[in-house]
Design a protein around this ligand. Structure first.
Ligand code: IPM
Ligand code: MG
Length: 371
């Protein structure tokens, strides 16, 4: 058999370490019951790395991430580090990983699980069955564009500026990811921009259209202004299959799509780099959408499902272990159908449990599913 699969685990800050602890049980289960031998290293990122290593991510950790087959990431940030200078904030940990590993395609599924349709803030009949994949460009745009800064003008007033910039190749490669995904789903891509006010948005629409025409004429393509998309997500979310957007619009719209599902605590994501033509491998990082949730950190009440489902995405996307990925997803759904809920998805009549009871229940369900 090939060498062990190398994982770099970066729990990060806030609830990250708590939900990662439960996910490690699922990883151990896979080793025990499915002989998936992972070689696991752990590292620091975010505020915890700032404190122990003096930077939101060290060069050594970035090097280990590059050497790994996949990175399983928790979350970064918290009020404790809010006062740090812009160049030292914990969020740079994840931003640097995306940039240095070339992780340009951020896949953010927003799926309304049937047992949770009631937990959405929208009416259950509007959200039931919603299954959206947001494909967010994640190494370009306003997140990295130059020039950027805050300058003081001659009259003493300050001026802040950022640059939203896209090269056509950056647009084309992420568009291909969206079209490829759509072909395996319901065959529709909604590409969002503000082509009515932004030059980079105009180019975005043009390039997506060219890639579509030349390579994916069989996929349905719809162009939509980002603000309209926000509105449509709230009123008729079931119309969407794949939503493709820039770094900034993808950031905003993926949070909105996530909120439809009733809980951020349930949603995983994958961020993928290009496939190396020689080795056939690609860098990839998997993280929950929810962030570090400092308000509930350390209380043992966070929902570990998004982190576990991120590991399921890792199994599928980095290693092609489709059966094992599906097992994790089914186990989570069974636990929910059985009535267990963490605080974030609590509903009347259900049993409220903490992080570790939820984690144990998923592992028990895996045992049952595997027979
Ligand atoms: C996300 C987060 C990050 C982003 C922050 C933590 C830098 O909001 O992953 O969506 O804006 O990309
Ligand atoms: Mg975000």
């Amino acid at each position: 058999m090939a060498a062990n699969k190398k994982l770099l685990v970066l729990p990060g800050d806030g609830i990250g370490p708590e939900v990662m602890r439960e996910t490690r049980r699922v990883i151990e289960w896979m080793a025990r019951r499915r002989s998936l031998a992972f070689e696991i290293e752990e590292g620091l990122v975010g505020g915890s790395a700032i404190e122990a290593e003096g930077a939101p991510i060290s060069d050594a950790t970035v090097a280990r991430a590059k050497a790994a087959d996949a990175v399983l990431f928790g979350s970064v940030g918290g009020p404790k580090w809010d006062g740090l200078p812009f160049e030292q904030r914990p969020e740079l940990g994840i931003l640097r990983l995306r940039k240095d590993l070339g992780l340009f395609a951020n896949l953010r599924p927003a799926v309304v699980l049937d047992p949770l349709a009631e937990a959405s803030s929208l009416k259950p009949d509007i959200v039931r069955g919603v299954d959206i994949m947001v494909v967010r460009e994640s190494t370009g745009g306003v997140y990295f564009g130059e020039p950027r800064g805050v300058e003081t003008l001659a009259d003493g007033k300050r001026r802040g500026f950022d640059t939203d910039v896209y090269h056509e190749d950056e647009i084309a490669r992420v568009a291909r990811i969206a079209f490829d995904l759509a072909r395996k789903r319901r065959n529709k891509v909604t590409s969002v921009e503000k082509a009515n006010v932004m030059q980079s948005g105009r180019l975005w629409r043009a390039v997506v259209g060219e890639v579509h025409k030349a390579e994916y004429p069989d996929v349905q393509l719809e162009n939509m202004y980002a603000d309209n998309c926000a509105m449509q997500l709230c009123s008729r979310p079931a119309q969407f299959d794949v939503i493709l957007g820039s770094n900034l619009f993808g950031d905003v719209l993926s949070d909105l799509a996530a909120a439809l599902t009733g809980s951020l605590g349930m949603l995983p994501s994958a961020t993928l780099g290009a496939v190396d033509p020689v080795t056939g491998k690609r860098h990839a990082l998997y993280e929950p959408i929810h962030g570090s949730a400092p308000d509930i950190a350390g209380k043992g009440i966070a929902n570990p499902c998004a982190q576990m489902l991120s590991f399921a995405m890792l199994l599928r996307w980095s290693f092609g272990f489709e059966d094992e990925a599906a097992l994790v997803e089914q186990a989570v759904e069974k636990v929910l159908a059985g009535g267990l809920r963490t605080a974030d998805i609590m509903q009347p009549g259900m049993a409220r449990v903490g992080t570790s009871v939820m984690g144990e229940a998923v592992v028990r369900e895996l045992d049952k599913l595997a027979g």
